[in-house]
Design a protein around this ligand. Structure first.
Ligand SMILES: [Zn+2]
Ligand SMILES: [Zn+2]
Length: 221
């Protein structure tokens, strides 16, 4: 499974809200054509209409442009980066843009997290079913390691006979069988098994806020 790498760059368009009542720098941040790209570590490169490239460090509020360097202004580049992040087009300073290993979509994940988007990620304690056996499992860890890179008994997780039908680029999910050990033994201390992500499906559960329980008054007549 291969996915094209989408660079975390925004398109060179004006964002254009009604800027007539904004101060000039704020208005330019909205309306001027700028290309913005995340460099990592909270830094961004901004290329404006004049084709000059400036570097923005969002955390320290610093920009290499003359407006900021000589006049100390919160320049249009700093403002534009903040606007692009707010609009979800660029990653937060503490996140990186990546391609989700499970679904192939673009995702913003924290630096230390695996390259798996929030909707695909199995958080520890999630109950899942093995599509092959219908066994119930509990997730201990969602890793960012490919199944063809993780060694188990004789070969990789991808080589395991019942895993051959699943994509080799799948991220490995470490699971336990919840009823295999003593009831008071923490899952992390039980024997763990490595599964390809797409071999697991979430147990269906109602959304907490969509449950249709009748509301019973605390004191009934
Ligand atoms: Zn600037
Ligand atoms: Zn995903």
């Amino acid at each position: 499974m291969t996915h094209p790498e989408h660079p975390p760059a925004s398109s060179a368009v004006a964002l254009a809200p009604d800027t007539r009542r904004l101060p000039p720098r704020a208005a330019r941040a909205w309306t001027e054509k700028m290309r913005v790209r995340a460099l990592g570590d909270g830094r961004y490169v901004v290329v404006g209409q004049s084709d000059s490239a400036y570097e923005v460090d969002l955390q320290s509020g610093w920009c290499t442009c003359p407006d900021h360097q000589y006049r100390g202004e919160r320049c249009k580049h700093l403002r534009r980066v903040a606007l692009e992040i707010t609009g979800g087009r660029l990653p937060d300073p503490d996140r990186r843009a990546t391609t989700c290993m499970a679904c192939g979509r673009r995702a913003f994940v924290r630096s230390e997290e695996p390259a798996v988007c929030e909707s695909c990620r199995f958080t520890p304690g999630t109950t899942v079913r093995d599509r092959e056996t219908d066994d119930l499992l509990v997730v201990v860890e969602q890793t960012g390691d490919r199944t063809d890179c993780v060694l188990i008994d004789e070969g990789t997780v991808a080589d395991y006979p019942t895993n051959v039908g699943y994509p080799h680029g799948d991220p490995v999910v470490m699971c336990v069988y919840p009823f295999s050990g003593p009831a008071d033994e923490p899952f992390e201390q039980q024997q763990q098994y490595a599964f390809p992500h797409s071999r697991l499906k979430r147990e269906w559960r109602p959304q907490r806020d969509e449950r249709d329980f009748p509301v019973v008054p605390a004191s009934s007549p």
